[in-house]
Each structure stands twice: as structure tokens, then as C-alpha cells.
Design a protein around this ligand. Structure first.
Ligand SMILES: Nc1ncnc2c1ncn2[C@@H]1O[C@H](COP(=O)(O)OP(=O)(O)OC[C@H]2O[C@@H]([n+]3cccc(C(=O)O)c3)[C@H](O)[C@@H]2O)[C@@H](O)[C@H]1O
Ligand SMILES: Nc1ncnc2c1ncn2[C@@H]1O[C@H](COP(=O)(O)OP(=O)(O)OP(=O)(O)O)[C@@H](O)[C@H]1O
Ligand SMILES: [Mg+2]
Length: 252
């Protein structure tokens, strides 16, 4: 874990140097992924790293956990409450003639949830642009493989230092880095609605996705869920398709 930490810290420093950026910023949720990334950016850039806590009607305990993570490693941290902005924007969306009374509750819930992630992304970039920082993402290997992230939301970042880690390795690294038990022990949640947990929404546990990605044998129905999620979300791992006028048409 010590060597892994050192390699990741060196990699972040190299990426900063190559990009000509001056620092690193992460969104801190009170969950384990962002706690690990917060530790890595603090080590990589002690004087030019920061975290933003961006509550949108979040649990008070998550905000407290996020503050504790930052405090423990002396990472500069500020809070911007986005609840009002989110509520106002969402109201304008649901009031559109094309949507009002026509979209289902489920469709609105999804849009409402993903808007949270995209407002956080916009806020992180607003700060990063001002300070010439890079936005550091927190997606891990199972999340990337299953596409369990919001396109251009929490997926909209500049670099992904824990993209290679299985969830079980994120926990190991978190323990090594001294992340508190309250953060490590809570159920992974995107926090996009009350009571949401990653595993319930995906329909498969991180343990099984980790096993699948490690080449271990898992139940056929679980493999099916993982492979379906992966296929359905391929578009999130690629650049948008670009229309190119073919030579045939140009010659016509
Ligand atoms: N085949 C295709 N080719 C190109 N684009 C395609 C497409 N299919 C959909 N799209 C586009 O993608 C959009 C759907 O993707 P997206 O907006 O991502 O939305 P969605 O499919 O809902 O995926 C987000 C999922 O990630 C979860 N999440 C979000 C944020 C954080 C975390 C976390 O772990 O913390 C988890 C969230 O709970 C939800 O299950 C569509 O509205 C459409 O614009
Ligand atoms: N309230 C928040 N404030 C700031 N950033 C947030 C907030 N909620 C989510 N994020 C950002 O979105 C990322 C994706 O959330 P995700 O739930 O996958 O990670 P996590 O909360 O760090 O860990 P876990 O998956 O174990 O809950 C977070 O790591 C964080 O960078
Ligand atoms: Mg979370």
C-alpha cells in the first residue's frame, strides 16, 4: 500500500507538470472513494490542493464525515450548498410544457439525481478554472466498468487516480491512509436520493464485480447483470461520435 500510494502521488505530480496546472481539486462527499483521493492530492500537492463539499439536501452526517476527512489531513476545504440552485433549476425543467404532466416520476427522479452530479461538476470546474487546478475524479474500476457514474457529472473530470482499483483495494488503501472507520464502514452511496445505495441500484455487489474483474467465477445471473451494465454504458467511456463527411460525399 505504501508503494501504491507513492506511485499514485508521483503520477499526480507528473500529470500536473505535464499539464502546466498549478493544483488539484476534488469533491468530498463523506464516502470512501473521495476520502482516498483527497489523501492522494494532499500528498501530491500539499500547498495547492483543495476539496469542495457540495451538499444538495445531503445527510448532515455525510457533511460532517467529509469535513473530518479534510481536517485529519489538513486539506484546504470549503462548502458550497447547492440545494437552492438545484431546486430552482429542476423546477424550471419540470415546468417545461414538454415535460409537465408528461414525464413519469421515475424519469424525473433520474434527471433530478443526475443534475446533482452535474451541478457539482460545474462548480468544481468553476473553481478549477479560476485557480488553474485540475479536477480529480474518484471513479474506481468497478464503477468505470459498469458505467455507474453520471456522464459529464462525477464522470466529468480531468484525471482518475484510482481508476485501476477494485473496491476492495480502495478499502485497503483507505485503511492504510488512516481514513476513519465511520467513512470506511458506511454502505457505498451516490447520495442522489434518500436511502440510495450503489449495490441495490446496480443489482449486484461490489464484491461480485471485483471478483468478475479479477477473472474469478461468479454466478451466471450476476455476470449477466455486470455485462449488461457494461454494454449499456459503453457510450460513457468514449468521446461523442463525430460525424465525418465521407470522401464519397465530398467527391459528389
Ligand atoms: N447509446 C448511447 N449513446 C450516446 N449517448 C447515450 C446513449 N444512451 C444514453 N445516452 C445519453 O446518456 C444519458 C444517460 O446517462 P447518465 O446521464 O449518466 O445517466 P444514467 O444512465 O442515469 O446513469 C447514471 C447512473 O450512475 C449513478 N451514479 C451517478 C452519480 C454518482 C454515482 C456514484 O456512485 O456516486 C452514481 C446513478 O445513480 C445512475 O444509476 C442519456 O440521457 C443520454 O443523454
Ligand atoms: N456532497 C458532495 N460534495 C462534494 N462532492 C460530492 C458529493 N457527493 C458526491 N460527490 C463527488 O462525487 C463522487 C462520486 O461519488 P461516489 O459515491 O462514487 O464516491 P464516494 O462517495 O467518495 O464513495 P462511495 O462510493 O463509497 O460512496 C464523490 O467521490 C465526490 O467526488
Ligand atoms: Mg458516495
Amino acid at each position: 500500500m505504501e508503494l501504491l500510494t507513492a506511485r499514485k502521488v508521483e503520477w499526480l505530480q507528473k500529470k500536473m507538470q505535464e499539464s502546466g496546472t498549478s493544483g488539484l481539486i476534488v469533491g468530498l462527499s463523506g464516502g470512501v472513494d473521495s476520502a482516498v483521493v483527497a489523501n492522494l492530492i494532499k500528498q501530491a500537492s500539499p500547498d495547492n490542493s483543495m476539496a469542495l463539499i457540495l451538499p444538495i439536501s445531503n445527510n448532515e452526517s455525510d457533511i460532517e464525515d467529509a469535513l473530518l476527512v479534510a481536517e485529519k489531513i489538513d486539506l484546504y476545504c470549503e462548502v458550497i450548498d447547492l440545494s437552492d440552485v438545484h431546486e430552482k433549476l429542476m423546477k424550471k425543467v419540470v415546468d417545461l410544457d414538454k415535460i409537465k404532466g408528461k414525464a413519469s416520476k421515475e424519469e424525473i427522479k433520474t434527471s433530478n439525481a443526475n443534475l446533482r452530479a452535474r451541478l457539482r461538476m460545474s462548480t468544481l470546474y468553476a473553481v478549477a478554472n479560476t485557480l488553474n487546478y485540475m479536477v480529480v475524479g474518484t471513479d474506481n474500476a468497478p464503477e468505470l466498468y459498469t458505467g455507474y457514474f453520471t456522464k459529464y457529472g462525477d464522470g466529468g473530470v480531468d484525471i482518475l487516480p484510482i481508476a485501476d482499483l477494485l473496491k476492495r483495494d480502495v478499502y485497503k488503501l483507505a485503511k492504510h491512509l488512516g481514513v476513519s472507520t465511520s467513512v470506511i464502514c458506511k454502505a457505498p452511496s451516490a447520495g442522489l436520493w434518500e436511502g440510495q445505495t450503489d449495490e441495490e441500484e446496480m443489482g449486484v455487489t461490489y464484491e461480485k464485480i471485483d471478483a468478475y474483474l479479477s477473472g474469478e467465477t461468479i454466478d451466471a445471473n450476476e455476470r449477466e447483470i455486470i455485462e449488461t451494465l457494461h454494454k449499456k454504458t459503453q457510450h460513457k467511456r468514449e468521446m461523442p461520435p463525430q460525424y465525418k463527411c465521407s470522401n464519397d460525399i465530398q467527391n459528389e
